[in-house]
Design a protein around this ligand. Structure first.
Ligand SMILES: NC(=O)c1ccc[n+]([C@@H]2O[C@H](COP(=O)([O-])OP(=O)(O)OC[C@H]3O[C@@H](n4cnc5c(N)ncnc54)[C@H](O)[C@@H]3O)[C@@H](O)[C@H]2O)c1
Length: 266
């Protein structure tokens, strides 16, 4: 699937990995619709990308955990596609939250269900809902020769899907589910020429990880193999690009972690 003159919906496009992806796809000639809760950052990015490059970026304030909000965002994005005439090429579902918490705390209180629901509703349900609502549009895209390809879905899992740490029960559950649903989703969509690629990053520089203290960061760097540093958002975006462009990537979960395996605790 080529990127130029195709439209990509990017959830979490206002910050971190989603933002780097938006910049990269835009630089490759793609049209990017940024779906994010953070309107201030999102509008700024859309303005930055829009300037001097035609109207190739759109921001739509979206809460992926709210199905009405997702419906409105998909509607606005598809209206934009109608105006630009640039067919849908894919979805990058990068919106996500961490929200750590042990299943039982030192006061013998179990993790609040609301806390578990919060993480699952954004990372898992929000990912599935966005895809679910975009797909009826993607199946109508004119298939490309020679394979009949219509588009690619890029999902974001995490190292925590495989080696989640203390306090990551809800986050690991959400990211493990994203990894697990990759193959059945690819199988469901094979008949439409739509591929699914999931990326599982380790520690990457982003808004999410900027909040980590220097002690935590140092102990994470100690368990890294090579390179001994956090990944750069641009390195994530490069794999997204490959996931879109390389038609043989499908139904797979790719770890992007420099061989790092997270220990139980830091
Ligand atoms: N940075 C890392 O080290 C790392 C590692 C593994 C996985 N990930 C995953 O990568 C994805 C991107 O995270 P990031 O590191 O770029 O973090 P980030 O905080 O920089 O970006 C996440 C974006 O998601 C948006 N968002 C949060 N809740 C939302 C909601 N309900 N609806 C719409 N948008 C919402 C935020 O506003 C933000 O712009 C997440 O799914 C995260 O779990 C990140």
């Amino acid at each position: 699937m080529h990127i130029a003159n195709r439209t990509f919906l990017i959830s979490g496009g206002s910050s971190g990995l989603g933002l780097a992806t938006a910049r990269s796809l835009h630089a490759a000639g793609g049209y990017v619709a940024l779906l994010d809760m953070n309107a201030e950052a999102g509008e700024a990015v859309a303005a930055e990308l829009g300037t001097g490059a035609g109207e190739r970026a759109l921001f739509v304030q979206t809460d992926v955990s709210d199905t009405e909000s997702v419906a409105a965002a998909v509607k606005k994005s598809m209206e934009w596609v109608g105006r630009t005439g640039k067919a849908l090429g894919g979805v990058i579902a990068a919106a996500g939250v961490g929200n750590p918490g042990k299943i039982i705390d030192r006061n013998n209180e179990p993790l609040p269900l609301s806390s578990i629901d919060f993480v699952l509703s954004i990372n898992l349900r929000g990912t599935l809902d966005l895809i679910r609502q975009v797909l009826p549009h993607m199946t109508q895209v004119q298939p490309l020769e020679p394979d009949g390809e219509r588009g690619a879905l890029i999902l974001v899992s995490s190292s925590a899907a495989f080696d989640g740490q203390i306090g990551q029960v809800a986050y690991s559950a959400s990211k493990g589910a994203v990894a697990s649903l990759t193959l059945p989703l690819a199988r469901d969509l094979a008949q439409y020429g739509i591929r699914v690629v999931t990326i599982a990053p380790s520690l990457f520089e982003s808004g999410m990880t900027a909040m980590l203290g220097s002690k935590v960061r140092a102990s994470l760097e100690r368990v890294m193999e090579f390179p001994k540093r956090a990944g750069k958002p641009e390195e994530f975006a490069r794999l997204v690009k490959e996931g879109i462009e390389n038609s043989m990537l499908n139904g797979t979960v790719i770890r992007l972690d420099g061989a790092m395996r997270m220990p139980s605790k830091l």
